[in-house]
Design a protein around this ligand. Sequence first.
Ligand code: ABC
Ligand code: CA
Length: 472
Amino acid sequence: ASADQWQNRSIYQLVTDRFATPDGSSPSCDTSQRQYCGGTWKGIVNKLDYIQNMGFDAIWISPVVANVEGNTSYGEAFHGYWTQDINSLNSHFGSADDLKALSSALHKRGMYLMVDVVVNHMAGTSDPPNFSSFQPFSSQSDFHAECFVSNYDNQTEVEQCWLGDKNVPLVDVNTEDADIVKTMNTWISTLVSNYNVDGVRIDTVKHVRKDFWPDFAKSAGVFTIGEVLHNETDYVSAYTQVLDSVLDYPTWFPLVAAFQTTGGNLSALAATVQQAQSSYKKGEFMTGSFLENHDQPRFPSLTQDQALIENAMTWPFVQDGVPIMYYGQEQSYAGGPDPANREALWLSGYVEDKPLLKQVKALNAARKAAISANSNFLNTGAKFLSTGSESSMAVSKPPMLALLTNGGSSSTPSWTVPDAGYQANEELIDVLSCKMVTADANGGVNVQGSGGSPQVLVPTSALSKSGSTCAE
Ligand code: ABC
Ligand code: CA
C-alpha cells in the first residue's frame, strides 16, 4: 500500500515473540532473562479480533528474518534485530506459510501488515565476528572495518562504525558497495511480494547514508517509515526527503517530558510540532506518532499518575501523524527500559474491560469519525489554541478538539477556548467521558473537567454518522 493509503490508518505495534502463542497457552515469560517466550505469527492471527476491536487497522510486527541462534551476553534474539540470514525466516515465529497466512488474514479484515526490516547490520556473537556465519554477505569485505560508534555528532562514524559492543557486535554492512546495494534492493522487493507486505518500518535509518534510501524505498514499492532516533527536527527533517515518513522521535522527547510530571513543559511540545510542521517534507502528516515502543521505558514506569498517563496516551491520536500504539499500553503495562518493556501480553489475559483499552478504542473511533466528517482532516495541520491556563493545551484538528492537561489526578482542569471554531451552540461530545458539551454562541468552548483527565471533543453529529460510540 502507498503512503496515501496509510495516512488514515492506526497502527498497533507488537513484539512477535511476546504477543500471542499459537495454541493460546500462557507460558511464563521473565523479561529479564531475554529469552524467546513463544509468541508466533499464528498466535497473532488468533488474536486479530482483539486488535481490530480496539479500532486498529494495521499492525507492525518484529523483523521476520533468521537471527543469531542460542544465548549471548544479552540473551536470545527474541526481538528479531540480530540478523544472520536475510533470505531465511526466523523459525521461532513460524513458517513461510504462517507469515503468508497472517498477511492474508489481515487483508481479509481490511487491515495492513507492516514488517520491520534491518539493513544496517548483521549480528555477531564474538569479536571479531565469524563473517562466514552471515548470509548472503559472508566475507569481511562486505562490512565496514570494525570501530564502535561513540561520537554521535560525527555522521561518518554514525554511518560506518558499528552499533552494539564486543559481546554482540552489530556488524556494519558496507552499504556503499554497489553489489550489496543491489542485493538489498532485490531482497526487499522479494520480501514484500512473497508475503504481501503493505508497509515497512526501517531500523537504524540514520546509520546508513541518506542516498541509499530512495532506491531501497522504491524497490520496496510500499509505504516506508524510518527510525531516526534523534531529538532534533532539523536532523530528522533530511530523512523525510528520502523516505515516505519517519517515526516522530523529535516530538516524543518533549511529549514524555510534558506529561511525566505535573507542570511539565507543554509549550516546548507544541513548539516542536510546529517546527516539524514547517520543516518536514510533508509536514507532520507522514510521521508515526507514538508514546511508547520496544526501545524506551513504558510511560507508566515514569509516572503513576493515571491522569497524566491518560493525557499522554491521547496525544498520538489527536495529531497530524499516523497513530502508533505499542502493545500492552492498553493493559497498563509498566515495564521500564529494555528488556523490561517487552512483557508477554498473554499474561494480561487479553481482558478488554480495561480503562485504557476503552480509552484507545474511543480515540480510534473519534479519529475515524473526524476523518469521515472532514475530507480535509488528513491535510489540516494541528493548531494549538489558547486555553487560558499554562497547565493545559487545546489541539485543534477540525472537527476534533483535544483538551489536554498535565495538572495531574488531583487537579480540576478547565479550558477556555474562544477560537474553537464550532458552529454557534453546536452540540459536542467528549468521547472519553461521553459527556455532552455545548459550544457557546461564538462557537467557542468553555469546559471544566475533573480528576486531571483529558477530553476529546467531536460534534455529536460526526460521531453518530460514523456509527461510533464513546468510551463508556
Ligand atoms: C541489547 C540489550 C540492551 C542493552 C544493549 C547494549 O543490548 O537488549 O538491554 O542495553 C536491538 C534489540 C535490543 C538490543 C540491541 C543491541 O539490538 O532490540 O534489545 O539491546 O544488540 C533500533 C531498534 C532496536 C534494535 C536496534 C538494533 C536498533 O529499534 O530495538 O535493538 O537493530 C541507537 C540507534 C537506534 C537503535 C537504538 C537501540 O540504538 O540509533 O536505531 N534502535 C542515542 C543515539 C541513538 C541511539 C541511542 C541508544 O542513544 O543518538 O542513535 O540509538 O540508546 C537523547 C538523545 C538521543 C539519545 C538518547 C538516548 O537520549 O537526544 O540522541 O540517543 O536525549
Ligand atoms: Ca551503517
